[in-house]
Design a protein around this ligand. Structure first.
Ligand SMILES: *Cc1c(COP(=O)(O)O)cnc(C)c1O
Length: 799
């Protein structure tokens, strides 16, 4: 595809799709025109992939996820199609700033954090590997809220990515299903029931093609939007009651209106349960429709369909699939249950008790009366088959969605080696004893196309220069960088790239946040959702202690550091919002101190999202992965940093354990208690007080939270955080502080030896290939889905 073809297509779309001429087109118009020209180049491959799947009668994978945190799509698609350089040349020719055109695209923020980003990386890897797959989720009108700060406090504003045309999607009015809620069940005298819902909405499909590396294959992300079954109550309209007349529409659309801004505490929200059932039911109907267009024996379903439930949010898939097979299609109940189970698999993402979903039987019986009956029947059937231990889906009037997902799954997977072992001994101990073959591990991964080649083009080019470009499609080739980590000239170039990335970030911070930082300082970055278990408060306490030490000795030989934070707190999570406020207050105080500012700065960049991650991670020296051991199921931010040559300071938690194994323990700043030690430490009475008494530095930092240092005129403002650490400290900030300080000073010392640091950084990149989501997806294919890549069109077939 030549540059002049692309240029012609951009101009054609500008004129005929957007209706603008070159002289009046805005950046937005150019961006949409380019996106459409790129999208055109996906469509043929997309059709070819669909045809190849039908022709080979291949098994399909269906990934059901409440969240897809996809971010921007234009650069990703252009990269995978090998069009990025051509597109840049075209825009250089127009005299237009290509970077601004790319950055004009709003982030599709249809997710909260790691769970949603994982789903997006998986979609890209599935397409790269040529696996016939569909992603199914919700087309939220408003994704995750936009964050800004006012007086240091977080303010949430609605996110509005859909106010501009979403150029990547194809609306599918013909792909619609009516989804019911409430009502009652008519018993037939057999085990089958006939559900007569009281209300209904329409789920309508919107398809976005997802293209893999080198355009080998393309899959579909199908997001459901809610529509009313009846647009307008005409009788009321004619009677002049316009508000009431529009009510059916308003109510229906509410279901796909907003993303819940919290993936850890669900509460008893009826709307949330409706959202979960809405997209799960629509997806299952679509899956069965496709299956039945090709096959007529429903018992073959597990041979042709593998469904992955991303956490328990789509857990209602179990009873819904049983209902579709038994009530609606007449399979005997036991057969329906076993057929459904052999299609379904469940990924657990958290062991935090407050994050395990449950719904009251009252609510479920009201919204989904037939499903509650089926859950009772599943519970009874499971108990009858396994009477040895009593494990119930329904406990204390609640439906436990984790147990339901487990019992109705062929495979259940954890997302890191440590997390999978902890699943077996904690939440799912009893179920694991009954079904010892069911739990498997699939350590998370991230796509190297977006998280190395795309976000760090300088490093990508260097790696390609020394290895060839095979690493992009097979990240384990990065291991071949190992010999170069001994090569002075390679390391010099590696260091120069990091420096250039840091200068670029410093320019952005100055422009966007008005903060000046020195690119020669260590860039120490913690970006992720704000949560007590992730311990941003441990990090900021270390910053305070460091500032106090520097203040005592401002002419000391300190290693200059810039601490950068990014992350959103759930709007209803009081303590997390206090932490946000504190970080901003500390940043304000420290950055205004002329005595220490050569050595320490603190920056909190508002509105962390995928695009910000892509900007920050390539510029990081130090990656903060400091969760309380046993609490972070995997983490994926940790992997992105390692790929981009940042050194991790971290605990033995989640995938940190495996990252340390792969990059080498000598290239990782380990600190803190192990998961076992954490459990034991919590039993020690007064553990936090003891730790504070043993470390005067910690005591002094906490003192500064109580004496108004960061809240002049209102000394009590941050005392609550100090009290929490001193008296409650479930997440053991105090007990891990001293060792964290030690590890951080070790990082300081090594940082002063630039060559040594760079060698360690390069070894992180060289050891990070295993953390490609391609490796993760291959694991799911072999251990869970039992699928192979379809005979693929284009280059895949030629290989
Ligand atoms: C990768 C990513 C996450 C997950 O980060 P963790 O550090 O693993 O919690 C969250 N949000 C965004 C925008 C990401 O890109």
């Amino acid at each position: 595809m030549s540059i002049s073809d692309l240029r012609g297509d951009v101009l054609r779309h500008l004129k005929y799709s957007i209706g603008k001429d070159e002289d009046h087109a805005q950046i937005y118009d150019w961006r949409v025109a380019l996106s459409l020209a790129v999208r055109d180049r996906i469509v043929d491959r997309w059709f070819a992939a669909t045809r190849a799947t039908y022709a080979s009668r291949a098994k399909r994978v269906y990934y059901l996820s409440m969240e897809f945190l996809i971010g921007r799509l234009l650069e990703d698609a252009a990269t995978n199609l090998g069009l990025l350089d051509e597109a840049k040349a075209v825009f250089d020719g127009f005299g237009l700033p290509f970077d601004r055109v790319l950055a004009d695209e709003p982030d599709a923020a249809l997710g909260n954090g790691g769970l949603g980003r994982l789903a997006a990386c998986f979609m890209e890897s599935l397409a790269t590997l040529g696996v016939p797959a569909y992603g199914y989720g919700i087309r939220y009108e408003h994704g995750l809220f936009r964050q800004r700060f006012e007086g240091g406090r977080q303010i949430e504003e609605p996110e509005d990515w859909l106010t501009q045309a979403h150029v990547w999607e194809f609306e599918r009015p013909e792909t619609s299903f009516e989804i019911g809620f409430g009502g009652h069940v008519h018993r037939t005298g057999t085990s089958r029931g006939i559900w007569r819902p009281a209300e209904a909405v329409i789920a309508q499909g919107f398809d976005t093609p997802v293209v893999g590396w080198q355009g080998r294959w393309a899959n579909t992300l199908r997001l459901w939007g809610a529509q009313p079954t009846r647009l307008l109550d005409l009788e009321r309209f004619n009677a002049g009651d316009y508000t009431a007349a529009a009510q059916p529409e308003t109510l229906a659309r509410t279901i796909s209106r907003v993303l819940y801004p919290d993936d850890t505490t669900e509460g008893g929200k009826a709307l949330r349960l409706k959202q979960e059932y809405f997209f799960t039911a629509a997806s299952l109907r679509d899956i069965l429709r496709r299956f039945e267009s090709e096959y007529d024996d429903l018992r073959k379903l597990p041979q042709k369909v593998a469904i992955q439930l991303n956490d328990t949010h789509p857990a209602i898939a179990g009873p819904e699939l049983v209902r579709l097979l038994h009530d609606e299609r007449g399979l005997p109940f036991d057969e329906a249950m076993e057929t459904a189970r052999l299609c379904l698999n469940y990924t657990n993402h958290t062991l935090l008790p407050e994050a395990l979903e449950s719904w009251s039987e009252g609510l479920m019986g009201y919204l989904l009366p037939r499903h509650l009956q089926i859950i009772e029947a599943i519970d009874a059937a499971h108990h009858k088959a396994y009477p040895a231990r009593s494990v119930h889906i329904r406990e204390h009037g609640q439906v436990q969605m984790g147990n339901l997902s487990f019992i109705m799954a062929k495979r259940v997977n954890g997302v890191s080696a440590l997390h999978t072992e902890l699943m077996k001994t904690t939440v799912f101990q009893d179920l694991h004893a009954l079904h010892p073959e069911r739990i498997v591990n699939e350590t998370n991964g991230v796509t190297p196309r977006r998280w190395l080649l795309g976000c760090n083009p300088r490093l990508g080019a260097l790696i390609t220069e020394v290895l060839g470009d095979g690493w992009v499609g097979d990240a384990e080739e990065l291991a071949r960088l190992a010999p170069f980590t001994e090569d002075a000239s390679f390391l010099e170039r590696f260091a120069a790239i990091k420096r250039a990335n840091k200068e670029e970030l410093a320019g952005w911070l100055k422009r966007e946040q008005g903060v000046a930082v020195d690119p020669s300082a260590m860039f120490d970055i913690q970006i992720k959702r704000i949560h007590e278990y992730k311990r941003q408060h441990l990090n900021i306490l270390e910053a305070i202690a460091l500032w106090q030490d520097i203040s005592d000795n401002p002419n000391g030989d300190w290693t200059p550091r810039v601490k950068i934070f990014g992350g959103k707190a759930a709007p209803g999570y009081w303590f997390a919002k206090e932490i946000v406020h504190l970080i901003n207050a500390v940043a304000g105080r420290i950055n205004a101190d002329p005595a220490t500012s050569r050595f320490l700065r603190v920056v909190f960049a508002p509105n962390y999202n995928v695009s910000m991650a892509e900007r920050l991670i390539p510029a990081a020296d130090l990656s903060e992965q400091i969760s309380t051991a046993g609490k972070e199921a995997s983490g994926t931010g940790n992997m992105k940093f390692a790929m981009n040559g940042a050194l991790t300071i971290g605990t033995l938690d989640g995938a940190n354990v495996e990252i340390r194994d792969h990059v080498g323990a000598e290239n990782f700043f380990l600190f803190g208690m192990t998961a076992e030690e954490v459990v034991a430490r919590r039993e020690v009475p007064g553990h936090a007080r003891q730790a504070i008494e043993a470390d005067p530095r910690l005591a002094r930092a906490l003192g500064a939270l109580r004496d108004g240092t960061f809240s002049p005129g209102n000394p009590g403002l941050f005392a609550g955080i100090a009290d929490n650490v001193e008296h409650h400290d479930y997440f053991l900030v105090a007990s891990d502080f001293t060792d964290y300080w030690r590890a951080s000073r070790e990082a300081d010392a090594i940082c002063r030896d630039g060559a040594r640091w760079t060698r360690m950084a390069a070894r992180n990149t060289a050891g990070s290939g295993w953390f490609s989501s391609d490796r993760t997806i291959r694991g799911y294919m072999a251990d869970i889905w039992d699928v192979t890549p379809a005979a693929a069109p284009g280059t895949l077939a030629a290989e």
